[in-house]
Design a protein around this ligand. Structure first.
Ligand code: ATP
Length: 191
């Protein structure tokens, strides 16, 4: 049975915390494929300082280049409107009937998971996989069935990276080198 990871987010920009989390679950669960899916309009974010969909897809492609398991997907960007994971999973099930899906998320998303649109239906369609993103670790008893991992956190956020760029600070080590180059060439996040 095909095992497919689904890794959604704003990826504004994609960073090493994202790479680490997704690669960890790809290895741990021996996933055949991981779809990295930038949202068009993230339901949980205000959209200010959001780079274009095309830029974010390109950066996701660069961040995961060289690992054939990973594929940047324009599914949510092409669909238009708010990007709900429920709709994305429905579409993926149509595209890969019979596959098993694994939704990869960070601890903050696990903590707020019950606010997601149709979260119970999402749980029926996939296995949730979560890991800490900072020293706060994973949320306590959420009552949500998930594969949790003790992967040591790599503390970085897209917000922190955008702030560093705005303040003309170095971002090497926080994002993939090719992503850093792309951001510089395109002049992203300077204001
Ligand atoms: P922003 O700072 O703009 O809010 P972000 O860094 O939280 O962005 P997203 O693109 O919103 O990044 O995150 C996509 C997914 O990756 C989410 O499930 C989030 O929990 C997870 N994630 C983000 N950063 C990390 C990290 N450092 N370690 C583990 N998971 C992370």
């Amino acid at each position: 049975m095909l095992q497919i990871g689904v890794f959604g987010g704003a990826f504004n920009p994609p960073h090493k915390g994202h790479e680490r989390l997704a690669r960890h679950f790809a290895d741990k669960l021996a996933l055949d494929k991981v779809l990295v899916i930038p949202s068009l309009l993230p339901p949980h974010k205000d959209g200010a300082h959001l780079a274009s969909g095309a830029d974010r897809i390109t950066m996701c492609r660069l961040a995961f280049a060289g690992d054939d398991r990973f594929e940047a997907s324009a599914a949510e960007i092409d669909r238009g409107g708010k990007s709900y994971t429920y709709d994305t999973l429905l579409a993926l099930r149509g595209r890969w009937p019979g596959a098993r899906f694994y939704l990869i998320i960070g601890a903050d998303m696990l903590a707020s998971f019950k606010t997601w649109r149709r979260w119970e239906d999402i749980l029926a369609m996939c296995t949730l996989c979560a890991a800490a993103r900072d020293k706060r670790g994973l949320p306590g008893d959420t009552g949500i069935d998930a594969v949790v991992s003790d992967l040591p956190p790599f503390e970085v956020s897209s917000t922190a990276i955008r702030d560093r760029i705005k303040n003309r600070q170095d971002i090497s080590g926080l994002v993939d080198d090719e992503v850093a180059r792309y951001i510089a060439v395109r002049g992203l996040y300077l204001d």
